[in-house]
Design a protein around this ligand. Structure first.
Ligand SMILES: *Cc1c(COP(=O)(O)O)cnc(C)c1O
Length: 383
């Protein structure tokens, strides 16, 4: 077996594609103007930002003035959650409903808001990582200011019933935010079908660069500004626009939409082959929903094994995978997602996430299905 580098951590970040880089390049070089400047260079930049806004709006089923550019998915989540809390507090509503399996960008906002006197309900998922619409409905109160439930989970890939949750929130007049950072570009995402008031996305999870994100805010939702200053982003998020990043985000999202059907088919097939090999390893167990799941994600527990050690071993084989969330790697605590799904601490710590990329080949999968079982066997023989 010849060593091969296989990047299997696309849920942590993705490579910028050549096409995205080429779309961005002019805005890093000749067209470097400030989009707020009135002369030609500035107008060119402003036009690029507007075109990007229109394109992203069209992809998401939104209107251009409902798309707000941010610096990352975390910022989008912070803006949505804190902004909705601020709005709620003005109306005497200080209760938030979210799930125990959200990204820390949402969870730690909620923790912060609890210190400010908000009450937060953290809904527990079933053993597949799914939170039911019924449990959301059951948690709603007269003073609920916000429901925030992710579209797809970043650690196990499980899809949440967001359209149902959106419908319930609309009926009850409660704001609904969804973190679609893992979903956008990977499954169809339409803000109207979901019924979201706010929806977060991030460039670097879909082949745009790091440092750019967006928040959809439905017209009529008076979310307060997040960064006060100049009049960028309709006066609601100040700061000179990251023009090249914004152009890259729009290009990446439209390219992703163009290839979505083909990629879903291919990635699901390749993941199936990988999953079968992984689950053939003694003591292995799938984490996440068997069907309602992102096409490229597979998270597996390897009974009795130390996940972090396996990652080191896999790295020696040229394989980049993850023990769940990149943001918590290096911490000793087991994954909050896996423990919420009912895994024991040991089982959670023995879990590895593989998230395949668009450039993944059958040769890559052929290598993985040989190398991973071998790495596990080597690690087990060392004890
Ligand atoms: C990566 C991720 C984020 C954070 O996005 P950044 O752009 O890295 O800040 C938020 N939510 C989910 C589900 C993610 O996977």
């Amino acid at each position: 077996m010849k060593k091969r580098n296989v990047y299997c951590d696309n849920a942590a970040t993705t490579a910028v594609t050549r096409a995205v880089l080429e779309a961005m390049m002019p805005y890093l070089t000749e067209c470097f103007g400030n989009a707020s400047s009135g002369y030609r260079l500035g107008r060119q930049a402003a036009k690029a930002v507007l075109d990007a806004r229109r394109s992203i709006a069209a992809e998401l089923g939104a209107e251009p003035d409902e798309i707000f550019f941010t610096s990352c998915g975390s910022e989008s989540d912070n803006w949505a959650v804190r902004g909705a809390a601020e709005l709620g507090a003005l109306a005497g509503k200080r209760h938030i409903v979210t799930t125990a399996v959200e990204h820390h960008a949402v969870l730690n906002c909620c923790k912060h808001l609890e210190r400010l006197g908000f009450e937060v309900t953290y809904l527990m998922p079933d053993r597949f990582g799914k939170v039911s619409a019924e449990s959301v409905e059951g948690a709603l109160r007269d003073d609920t200011a916000l429901v925030s439930v992710m579209t797809a989970n970043n650690e196990v890939g499980t899809l949440m019933p967001v359209a149902e949750i959106g419908r319930i929130c609309r009926e009850r007049g409660v704001l609904f935010h969804t973190d679609a950072v893992q979903a956008a570009g990977h499954i169809p995402v339409n803000v109207r079908e979901i019924g979201a008031d706010m929806l977060s996305l991030s460039g670097h999870k879909l082949h745009a660069p790091k440092g750019v994100g967006a928040l959809f805010i439905r017209r009529g939702v008076k979310l307060p500004s997040f960064i006060d200053g100049g009049s960028q982003e309709y006066g609601r998020r100040a700061g000179t626009e990251n023009v090249a990043g914004i152009v890259g985000l729009a290009k990446a999202l439209s390219d992703a939409a163009d290839s979505l059907a083909e990629r879903t088919e291919r990635l699901t097939r390749m993941r199936g082959r990988l999953e079968q090999a992984l689950l053939g390893i003694e003591g292995a167990r799938l984490n996440g929903h068997p069907d309602d799941r992102l096409p490229a994600t597979v998270n597996v527990s390897f009974g009795g094994l130390e996940g972090e050690s396996l990652l080191v071993m896999l790295d020696m084989y040229g394989i980049s995978a993850s023990s769940g969330s990149a943001c918590t790697t290096g911490q000793d605590a087991p994954s909050h997602v896996l423990t919420a799904m009912g895994l024991t601490e040991d089982a959670a710590k023995s879990s590895i996430r593989f998230s395949l990329g668009d450039d993944c080949t059958d040769e890559d999968i052929g290598y993985l299905v040989q190398a991973v079982p071998e790495a596990v066997a080597r690690l087990r023989s060392m004890r």
